[in-house]
Design a protein around this ligand. Structure first.
Ligand code: TMP
Length: 240
């Protein structure tokens, strides 16, 4: 399948139409941003690393019963994916308090909540992805109650699967963000990416960051950390 017109040019990815109505090609960029594009840089190989990491994770989730848009990795920075009608929402799952939740409620980073915390944000760069709740989503007609219930079940399953996978890679899953859409037949599916750009990964022993906080907070070399994440995942998923 070949890339045709550019249909979306995002901060970290581009989406191209293909000759089929049912598929798109997603290209990962080396561009890194934080704070809604206020901080910008180019990280060598980041696109390739996130493409490979997300492909491995999506294949693992598919194998374990999660329906996703991922079809196949085409090359170093491209994936073939099912075309989706996207929900303009970001779903965040937090196993450990960090980042914006730590700041907003003044809770020390690293605090373990009694149970995972789920958040919904409206995807809008202009509004800075405001947090909303399920009543906004349903009341404003963004998604139906039934869809949200289905998403909550899938989020719990993804969280358990990811925690297990990462634990074997000696990584703690602090939090992550995912997005959903519908395929051309109206089936709900996981879309976008799961990578160190969209999740917080801490080394299980040292608690060092292996994620985008390295860039956000100038904590260390992003490329080295993402390479380490890929190597650990390959080790667990490809070598047993
Ligand atoms: P936060 O602590 O900044 O709200 O982020 C929570 C998690 O969600 C973290 O793993 C980063 C991820 N995330 C994104 O990938 N994109 C976003 O736009 C936001 C707000 C968070």
């Amino acid at each position: 399948m070949k890339k045709q017109t550019l249909i979306y040019n995002g901060k970290s990815k581009q989406i191209f139409a293909t000759e089929s109505q049912n598929f798109i090609i997603m290209t990962y960029k080396d561009d890194e941003t934080a704070y809604f594009g206020v901080k910008k840089s180019v990280i060598p190989n980041k696109g390739m690393l996130n493409n490979k990491i997300s492909a491995l994770i999506f294949k693992y989730l598919e194998k374990n019963g999660i329906y996703t848009h991922f079809v196949e990795q085409l090359d170093e920075s491209e994936q073939l994916c099912r075309r989706a009608t996207t929900l303009p929402l970001e779903f965040i799952v937090r196993n450990i308090i960090a980042g914006s939740l730590s700041r907003r409620l003044d809770i020390e980073e690293g605090t373990v909540p009694e149970q995972p915390i789920y958040e919904i944000c409206l995807k809008s760069d202009v509004l800075r992805d405001p947090m909303i709740n399920r009543y906004h989503v349903e009341g404003l007609g963004i998604a139906k109650e039934e869809t949200l219930n289905q998403i909550l079940v899938i989020l719990k399953k993804i969280n358990e699967l990811l925690k297990n996978l990462l634990k074997k890679s000696h990584i703690d899953l602090i939090d992550f963000k995912v997005e959903f859409g519908f395929d051309t037949e109206g089936n709900l599916m996981l879309i976008d990416e799961i990578s160190p750009d969209t999740a917080r990964f801490w080394d299980s022993e040292s608690h060092e960051h292996l994620d985008r906080d390295l860039f956000r907070r100038d904590l260390g070399d992003v490329e080295t950390a993402y390479k380490e994440v890929l190597a650990r995942l390959e080790n667990v998923l490809q070598n047993g």
